[in-house]
Design a protein around this ligand. Structure first.
Ligand SMILES: [Zn+2]
Length: 302
């Protein structure tokens, strides 16, 4: 909300100044950008997924997997980007979307589940379905777009070159985060369990856990043997070693928080004292304060 107001103000200033060449129409067009990244002949990623720039942030990375029967989407970005999103999918393939897999409940991953008709099969981990049912976007008439197919720990869809494996490893970002593995492609979509190289967002209201986080990721790291490409929730494509490193980061974060808490520091003092970016090159700390607070809240509630 604050961001939207700021944008309106900036736009107003531009119009008053009048000397700049960016018009409102051009700004609107800028907003319609979703980039397409080809990973293989039958798998693409729709990007423009890094938060921070309201004009281009369209929601999380989307996987577009083309099978003989139709298109499987993993996540569906933010509502309001529906038409652009549909256009991008059509620019890749003329096949219809037949299945949507949601990695988790958040609106920047489920925002266009309702744009592909009611015959599309929607799939999610069972806790994610329960979390989605609490969202206004899936109430009333829209309840038809809640996942009909759910799983608890693992599920396999399709076979051979078109096989998709879904896994739930435990609480982390939420209590229903699925990782989606395409064995023939050696591609793993992590959802927001690994969103970017920063402290994780821990959504306790949806069952997320900073205490379980490192364990959950270590199960993932122990499970997959053949991954070349990691598709994080909100940043450019990464490698398998980046996910392994992220697991270590979350373990170090939890350790540091527990140490600071035992030393009698409050959450703010703990956050101020924790520095992981020297050890973890290329990491930022934008989410650190919130993550530390969430871990404190969780430990204090025990
Ligand atoms: Zn999320």
């Amino acid at each position: 909300m604050i961001r939207a107001m700021k944008r309106t103000f900036v736009l107003g200033t531009l119009l008053v100044v009048g000397a700049l060449s960016i018009t409102a129409a051009q700004q609107a067009q800028t907003k319609q950008v979703i980039d397409v990244q080809k990973v293989s002949d039958n798998y693409y990623v729709l990007t423009s997924s890094t938060p921070g720039n309201d004009a281009t942030f369209s929601g999380g990375n989307v996987g577009v997997f083309i099978t003989g029967n139709g298109v499987v989407l993993v996540d569906t970005k933010l509502a309001g980007w529906g038409q652009t999103f549909l256009d991008r999918v059509k620019s890749i393939t003329t096949k219809p979307v037949t299945m949507i897999i949601n990695t988790h409940t958040h609106a920047d991953h489920t925002g266009n589940d309702d744009k592909f008709g009611t015959s599309v099969e929607i799939v999610a981990q069972e806790n994610t379905k329960a979390n989605m049912a609490k969202m206004d976007a899936f109430k009333g008439d829209k309840a038809v777009f809640l996942p009909k197919k759910t799983f608890k720990d693992t599920m396999t869809i399709g076979g051979g070159k078109e096989q998709i494996n879904l896994y739930y490893f435990g609480a982390g970002h939420t209590n229903g985060d699925a990782m989606i593995y395409f064995p023939a492609l050696r591609v793993l979509q992590t959802g927001d369990l690994f969103a970017r190289k920063d402290a994780p967002r821990i959504d306790r209201a949806n069952g997320g856990s900073g205490v379980a986080y490192p364990q959950t990721l270590s199960k993932a790291v122990a499970t997959f043997k053949n991954v070349d490409t990691v598709v994080p929730g909100h940043s450019p494509l990464m490698k398998w070693s980046d996910l392994q490193e992220y697991q270590r980061y979350t373990a170090d974060l939890l350790n540091e928080v527990q140490t600071a808490r035992r030393a009698g520091k409050n959450a703010d003092a703990a956050a101020a004292s924790i520095n992981l970016t020297d050890k973890y090159k290329g990491y930022t700390s934008e989410g650190l304060k919130l993550a530390v607070q969430a871990i404190y809240d969780e430990l204090n509630a025990r």
